[in-house]
Every structure is written in C-alpha cells, then in structure tokens.
Design a protein around this ligand. Sequence first.
Ligand code: AMP
Length: 192
Amino acid sequence: MKIVFFGPPGSGKGTQAKLLAKELNILHLSTGDILREKLIDGDSLSIKLKEIMSSGNLVSDEILNQIIANKLMSEECSNGFILDGYPRTISQSEFLLSFFKSNNLILDVIFNFKIDFKIVEERIVLRAKKEQRSDDNIDVIKTRLDKYIEETYPVSQFFSDNFSQKFFIIDASEEVSKIQKELMFIIKKGQK
Ligand code: AMP
C-alpha cells in the first residue's frame, strides 16, 4: 500500500500517518522526522538544516529527493509506505512521479487534510509547549503556512487533478479516532 498525505502543518497528518502505518504494517515516512534526526549529527549540514527549519522555510529539493530515493529503495518500504510531508514542491512531485514510473510503483491513495488555519495556529502553539520544537512558534508558523500555500497547495491541486479517483479530502478538524476510521474505511473500500 503506497499512500501520500497532504495537509498544512498542524493538520494532524503526522498523528494519523503514525496510527495508519501501524494498522497497515507499512512505513511511516515523515521527511520532517528524518530531517530532525539529522540535526543531532551536529555537522555543517545539520547546522544549515537547523537554520532553515527553525525559520519555517523549506530544505532544498535535492536533499529531500535524495532522502526519499534512498528510503523508497530500502527494505523498510517493501511492504508499502505513507509519505508524510513529501512531496512539498512541484519539483519534488515531478521527482517522485518519475521515481514511481521508473520503478514500476503505483500510488494507491492520496489523503488531503483540510483545516482552518486559525485552528492550525492554536494547535501549533500547544504542540510547541509539549514537544519544544524550535519551528513551532507563532512567528515561524506564519512562514510555514505561507510556504504551504505557495509551494505545497499547488502540488496537492496537481494530485487532485491527475489522480482524482485516488484523491480524498479529509476534514482534519474531526476527532483523531473518527478520522482514523474514515481513512481505514476509504482504504478498505478501495481494496474491494
Ligand atoms: P514537518 O515536520 O513535516 O512540518 O517538517 C518540518 C520542517 O522540515 C519543514 O518546515 C521544512 O523546513 C523541512 N521539511 C520537511 N519535509 C520537507 C520537504 N519535503 N521539503 C522541504 N523541506 C521539508
């Protein structure tokens, strides 16, 4: 099962992806988590990454495409995966689709998490307190939401237009368990 999640920061897609990956026994591939792990290295690349991420800007497509290509080729992904936080730009989506094509992979389903940006801001301020993420504060959230609208929204539109049968809009303001049930319902329906 190969799944892509779209949604602005704070839409709860990370939480849903974790739960769904466990349920389906597939890999939760969060590029944000992978990048945050890299920050621990403390080398010159990680210092650069930290600067970009804590300002709310996007890391370069080259770095992200490399990370994704390595992961998708690995054994961890043999049973399937959920892409959470990638592709985030048109260039990343072109890379992904050509990677799928050249490796004979087929995308099964795309979920687009929709939510009011006011709710996102409240959630992120709360998460900042709990997890102490340096990119979770109200100043940075504005940049992250702007990046989402400028860079990622057009990508989700592209997928909506080109994969309309596999593209599902999810109301991300609902309860976690209700959303999870809805995702499973859609997936099971698609398998019939
Ligand atoms: P996330 O946890 O998905 O919100 O990602 C945290 C930060 O990591 C983002 O604000 C970006 O700086 C960086 N990042 C994660 N995924 C990507 C991506 N696909 N392209 C560029 N930057 C990314």
